[in-house]
Ligand binder design. Structure first.
Ligand SMILES: [Zn+2]
Length: 112
């Protein structure tokens, strides 16, 4: 399940699933990103760089839909607020009002 092979075999499917969610929410927020990388990280679900590139763990695609949406929206909102300020969470809350409980669930999923 967590093998290199599982990643290699599922990477492209994961990319499609993640891009679909990403495009939907990027349109809703009216934000533009540059590149999207799908990775096999052991400690992160996703990240966002100041150059507006996004990284997602391929296992985001294996999460239940509400958790997958949350991870994608979280990184997208960093294109608006590059921090975890109140303003940032307000952006997340615009599309995911119950983000607090979903965030807890995502945090409880081990990537190791
Ligand atoms: Zn963040």
């Amino acid at each position: 399940m967590r093998s290199k092979r599982h990643y290699v075999e599922n990477k492209e499917t994961a990319r499609k699933i993640i891009l679909e969610v990403l495009e939907f929410f990027a349109h809703l927020y009216g934000v533009k990103y540059r590149k999207v990388a799908i990775r096999n990280q052991k400690s992160k679900w996703g990240s966002c760089s100041k150059a507006r590139n996004l990284n997602f763990n391929y296992r985001v695609a294996l999460l239940p839909k509400d958790q997958r949406d949350y991870v994608v929206v979280h990184e997208l909102c960093h294109l608006i607020e590059f921090n975890h300020s109140k303003k940032f969470w307000a952006e997340v809350g615009k599309t995911i009002p119950n983000y607090k409980e979903i965030r807890k669930k995502v945090k409880s999923v081990s990537l190791r």
